[in-house]
Design a protein around this ligand. Structure first.
Ligand code: ARG
Length: 403
């Protein structure tokens, strides 16, 4: 029997997909579930997969590669999409797809499958990654193919085929995708962009009313653009992000609400939570301003924007992405030091930064007696800086043109 490796979340769609791949496609189904730091939301996938007809079910802990190979490069680039989506889902997909392909090769499977629908970005990310890493592999997207039109029909199919879909929550109104870098929330009331997101839509952050009435300060230590310590304690990336998620989440930091443009041409209302992400993004940006020359910051912001779009659009495993990584790794070489961030009722405010590589010189910037800036040098500078402006005006006058 030909074999397929299915990316399995344990939810309704992929549970039904196991049966469907067996019955409709006649395939031997192996499931692969990725632990990307979903925490308590990582469902009992292995047992459920086997019960639902998978011949083999594996769970792989991908938290470390997620942080080191995907999140940190994006942080160096200060990558985001739209108004502030820090790309949690978009960064997770190429990693899962890479693992799917790797496992397919290892187990001699000709197919990989995913549970994405036909109108989202995730299908693109999975399939472009598969194409980049294993052009010979064939991808099956059951949700795009089957005739089950709604959640209700899927539940019906599950009942008919004795599929264990866990305790299906009738009022599971929102669709979530969660990993260490954040949560993406869709559906339900959120589909009307006028509706304020209901409190119960949020998983990682407290509302401002429930957040502590006293602010807290965290100190993030960076080395070459990536965080290495929290409040003076060295930590590996996974632990640091987990810890910061809980501190900043409790203070309500990291909520983002935007209408965004999907790659497939539609607009959608998306709500995100990224507590650690928002703190680290602000801190990294502040440290860049302290340690990088003006023109480099300027260029990095332009290319960072590009990087965010490329990640969103599923182009992780491309030559452009690799070239941009080289640019950003060079850019953040000296972005080392500490940043103080104050967390309070949903806001994360940078209140201090220091670095051995700071380009800030007190004696040059100060207005006190220790000032070493040569004020007289400004005279000649302004003369030349303003020369073309002055000339243009003089020439206009000579030509008799009214101002
Ligand atoms: N709009 C976001 C993105 O494209 C989130 C997608 C969430 N995916 C999901 N299966 N719920 O990255």
């Amino acid at each position: 029997m030909p074999r397929v490796v299915l990316a399995y979340s344990g939810g309704l769609d992929t549970s039904v997909a196991i049966q469907w791949l067996r019955q409709e496609k006649g395939l031997d189904v192996v499931t692969l579930s990725a632990d990307l730091g979903q925490g308590e939301y990582l469902p009992p996938t292995r047992e459920r997969a086997l019960k639902n007809g998978a011949s083999e079910a594996v769970i792989v802990d991908l938290r470390k590669p997620l942080v080191e190979e995907f999140i940190f490069p994006a942080l160096k680039a200060l990558a985001f999409y739209g108004e502030g989506y820090l790309l949690a889902t978009a960064l997770g997909r190429p990693l899962i797809a890479r693992e799917l392909v790797r496992y397919a090769r290892e187990t001699g499977a000709d197919f990989v499958a995913h549970g994405c629908t036909g109108k989202g970005n995730d299908q693109v990310r999975f399939e472009v990654t598969a194409a980049a890493l294993a052009p010979e592999i064939k991808v099956i997207a059951p949700l795009r193919e089957w005739s089950l039109k709604s959640r209700e029909e899927e539940i019906e199919y599950a009942m008919e085929h004795g599929i264990d879909i866990g305790g299906i929550d009738k009022k599971k109104i929102y669709s979530y995708d969660r990993n260490l870098w954040g949560v993406s929330v869709e559906c339900g009331e959120l589909e009307d962009p006028w509706n304020a997101p209901p409190e119960d839509a949020y998983l990682m952050t407290a509302g401002p009313k429930d957040a502590p009435d006293e602010p807290v300060e965290v100190v993030v230590g960076f080395k070459s653009g990536v965080p290495v310590s929290l409040d003076g304690r060295e930590m590996d990336g996974v632990a640091l992000i987990e810890k910061l998620n809980s501190i900043a989440g409790a203070h309500g930091v990291g909520r983002i609400d935007q209408v965004e443009d999907r790659l497939v041409g539609i607009k959608s209302r998306e709500v995100y939570e990224a507590p650690a992400g928002v703190v680290l993004f602000s801190a990294a940006r502040a440290l860049q301003h302290l340690t990088l020359p003006k023109d480099l910051i300027h260029e990095a912001r332009i290319l960072g924007r590009r990087y965010g779009e490329l990640v969103y659009n599923g182009l992780w495993f491309t030559a452009l992405k690799r070239a941009l990584d080289a640019f950003f790794s060079q850019t953040v070489r000296n972005v080392s030091g500490d940043v103080r961030v104050r967390l309070f009722k949903g806001s994360a405010t940078v209140v201090g930064r220091r670095s051995p590589f700071a380009l800030y010189r007190h004696s040059l910037s100060t207005y006190d007696a220790s000032d070493s800036f040569d004020h007289s040098a400004s005279v000649g500078f302004i003369k030349l800086w303003g020369l073309p402006v002055q000339l243009a005006e003089l020439i206009d006058r000579e030509a008799g043109k009214e101002a």
